[in-house]
Design a protein around this ligand. Structure first.
Ligand code: SF4
Length: 479
C-alpha cells in the first residue's frame, strides 16, 4: 500500500556529497529521490572551505527550497541533507535536520536516520552533567557525546560516541574538513556510497539517490563501520567489531523505492519474489490479480506470474491529493482513502479479484479498499498480503511503538478477514519472506530483522524494555 494511504512511516532519509562545485544542488536532487522516507521536514547544510551554512524547514523538500535563492546561498564543495518524518521528537522546526553546531574549533553538522533505544537515559545523564539540548529529537545526543569525549582525535571521539548510543542509526556528519558516515552494529537502515565521474563521493540512504545524481554505486556502509571522506579520499574503519546483520525487512517490503538495492538485493525483485512465494503458499482460483498502488504492484505482478492469473489494473491512485499522514485521526484517515484510491468498475465488476497488498497495519485501510472493490461490483475479493502479520512494535526507526495500533497483535487471521470484509485472507510466511529477499548473511533470519513479525528483537531494548512489556498486555481499542 502506498505511504499516502497508510500511516506507517519511515523515520528519515540522508544524502551527502563531497567534492562537487554545486554540492547543495546535487544534494537537493538526491534528497528529492528520498522524499518517500520523510515528508515532514527537510534541510541541507553545505561546506564552503570549512564554513558550514544551512537551511531547513517544515514540509516537503520543494516547499523548504521554494526557489533557487535558497540553494544558491548554500555554496561550497560539500553538503549533507536530510528528509524527516518524526518518530522521536515532535514535528517542530527545531527538530528538522541536519543540526548545525558552531564550535570554537570548527562547525559541525549532523543528520540521522533511525531511532536510539537508550536516548532517554543518555539524555538524562547528559542533562544532569550540564548539557543543553536545543531539540527534543534523539539525534543531538551524539553530538554531546562526541564533544564530551576525552579521546584525542575527532575520529576516536566519534567512535566512542557511536559505541555509547544503542538502537538503529545511520548517521551522516559534516566537519570543516570531512564528511563522515556511520551505521549501527546491526545495519537496520540502508546506507550506500557512490562516486560521480568527477570523483565526488556520495552517501545516501538508498541507492536510487545515487542513480538520480549520476553516481555509480561503490559500496554499502556495513554494520559497525565509520567511513570518513575528505580531500584525500575515503577511509573505512570499524567503531565496533561486535556486529551482526539485522537489516529491516520492512525496507524491502514497503519503505524503500523499488529501484533501490539493499545489501545487493533489488527491492522490486524482492517484492516480486514475495508475490511469487505468496502465490505458492496461498493459492486461490480467481479471474484477476490486482495490486494496491504503489508499493504492492511488484508483489502483485509476482503473484500473477506465478499463479498464471492475469494481472489487471483494478485500482488506480490519484497522485495529486494531500498525503494521509498529516491527518491524525482515524476518522479522517478513513475518509482520505477514498480520495486517494479508486476501483476501476469496468475492470473488476462481476469478477473474482485477488487483491495483493504489502502489509496490514490497522486493518481500517484494507477494509476500505476491499469495500471499494466490492462497491465497484467485484464478485469476490481475496486478500493476499505479501508479508507476515505485523504483531510487534518497532523501536529502530518506524513510528509504530505500540501494539494497540496493530490489528494482527490481538486478532487471528480469520478475525482480521472478517474485519476487512474479504472473502479470504492469507499472509506470506516468515520463511517465505526470508527466502524471497534471499540474503545470505551468517546471522539469524539470514541477516534480516524480523522483530515486527515475531518479537525477536536483535538488540536489548534498553529504555523501551518496560514500555514493550506494557504493550504486550495492550488490547486493541480502535475497532
Ligand atoms: S522491528 Fe520491523 S520495522 Fe523495525 S527494524 Fe525490525 S523489521 Fe524493521
Amino acid at each position: 500500500m502506498s505511504n499516502e494511504v497508510r500511516s506507517l512511516n519511515e523515520e528519515c532519509g540522508v544524502f551527502g556529497i563531497w567534492g562537487h562545485p554545486d554540492a547543495s544542488r546535487v544534494t537537493y536532487f538526491g534528497l528529492h529521490s528520498l522524499q518517500h522516507r520523510g515528508q515532514e521536514g527537510a534541510g541541507i547544510v553545505s561546506n564552503d572551505s570549512g564554513k558550514l551554512n544551512g537551511t531547513r524547514g517544515l514540509g516537503l523538500l520543494s516547499e523548504v527550497f521554494k526557489d533557487e535563492r535558497h540553494l544558491n546561498q548554500l555554496t561550497g564543495h560539500a553538503a549533507i541533507g536530510h528528509v524527516r518524518y518524526a518518530t522521536a521528537g515532535t514535528g517542530s522546526v527545531d527538530n528538522i535536520q541536519p543540526f548545525l553546531f558552531k564550535f570554537y574549533d570548527g562547525d559541525f553538522a549532523l543528520a540521522h536516520n533511525g531511532n536510539l533505544t537508550n536516548a532517554k537515559s543518555l539524555r538524562k545523564t547528559l542533562e544532569q552533567n550540564g548539557a543543553i539540548f536545543h531539540s527534543n529529537s534523539d539525534t543531538e545526543i551524539l553530538m554531546h557525546l562526541i564533544r564530551r569525549s576525552q579521546k584525542e582525535t575527532l575520529c576516536e571521539r566519534m567512535k566512542e560516541a557511536l559505541n555509547t548510543v544503542k538502537g538503529g542509526f545511520a548517521y551522516l556528519m559534516m566537519t570543516k574538513d570531512s564528511m563522515v558516515a556511520a551505521l549501527d552494529p546491526n545495519g537496520f537502515r540502508p546506507l550506500s556510497i557512490g562516486q560521480m565521474v568527477n570523483g565526488a563521493y556520495v552517501v545516501a540512504s538508498e541507492t536510487c539517490a545515487l542513480e538520480v545524481v549520476g553516481a555509480t554505486f561503490i559500496q554499502d556502509v556495513n554494520p559497525g563501520e565509520i567511513i570518513t571522506i575528505n580531500d584525500e579520499g575515503l577511509t573505512v574503519e570499524q567503531f565496533t567489531k561486535d556486529t551482526q546483520h539485522a537489516i529491516c525487512s520492512m525496507e524491502y517490503i514497503y519503505f524503500a523505492r523499488p529501484d533501490s538495492n539493499i545489501a545487493g538485493v533489488n527491492v522490486h525483485s524482492a517484492r516480486k519474489n514475495m508475490g511469487r512465494i505468496l502465490a505458492q503458499e496461498a493459492e486461490i482460483d480467481a479471474d484477476m490479480v490486482v495490486g494496491v498502488p504503489n508499493s504492492s504492484l511488484s508483489a502483485a505482478s509476482g503473484y500473477a506470474e506465478e499463479s498464471g492469473i492475469p494481472y489487471e489494473m483494478g485500482l488506480v491512485k490519484n497522485q495529486y491529493v494531500a498525503r494521509t499522514f498529516i491527518q491524525p485521526t482515524q476518522e479522517l484517515r478513513e475518509q482520505g482513502v477514498r480520495m486517494k484510491l479508486s476501483a476501476v468498475r469496468g475492470v473488476v465488476a462481476g469478477k473474482r479479484v485477488i487483491m495483493v497488498d504489502d502489509s496490514i497495519v490497522r486493518g481500517t485501510t484494507s477494509r476500505r479498499i476491499v469495500n471499494l472493490l466490492k462497491e465497484a461490483g467485484a464478485k469476490e475479493v481475496h486478500v493476499r498480503i505479501a508479508s507476515p502479520p505485523l504483531r510487534y512494535p518497532c523501536f529502530y526507526g518506524i513510528d509504530i511503538q505500540t501494539r494497540k495500533e496493530l490489528i494482527a497483535a490481538n486478532h487471528s487471521v480469520e478475525e482480521i478477514r472478517e474485519v476487512i470484509g474479504a472473502d479470504s485472507l492469507s499472509f506470506l510466511s516468515e520463511d517465505g519472506l526470508i527466502h524471497a529477499i534471499g540474503l545470505n548473511f551468517d546471522a539469524p533470519y539470514s541477516g534480516l530483522c524480523m522483530a515486527y513479525f515475531n518479537g525477536d528483537y536483535p538488540t536489548p531494548l534498553y529504555d523501551y524494555e518496560e514500555h514493550y512489556q506494557a504493550t504486550l498486555k495492550e488490547k486493541m481499542s480502535f475497532l
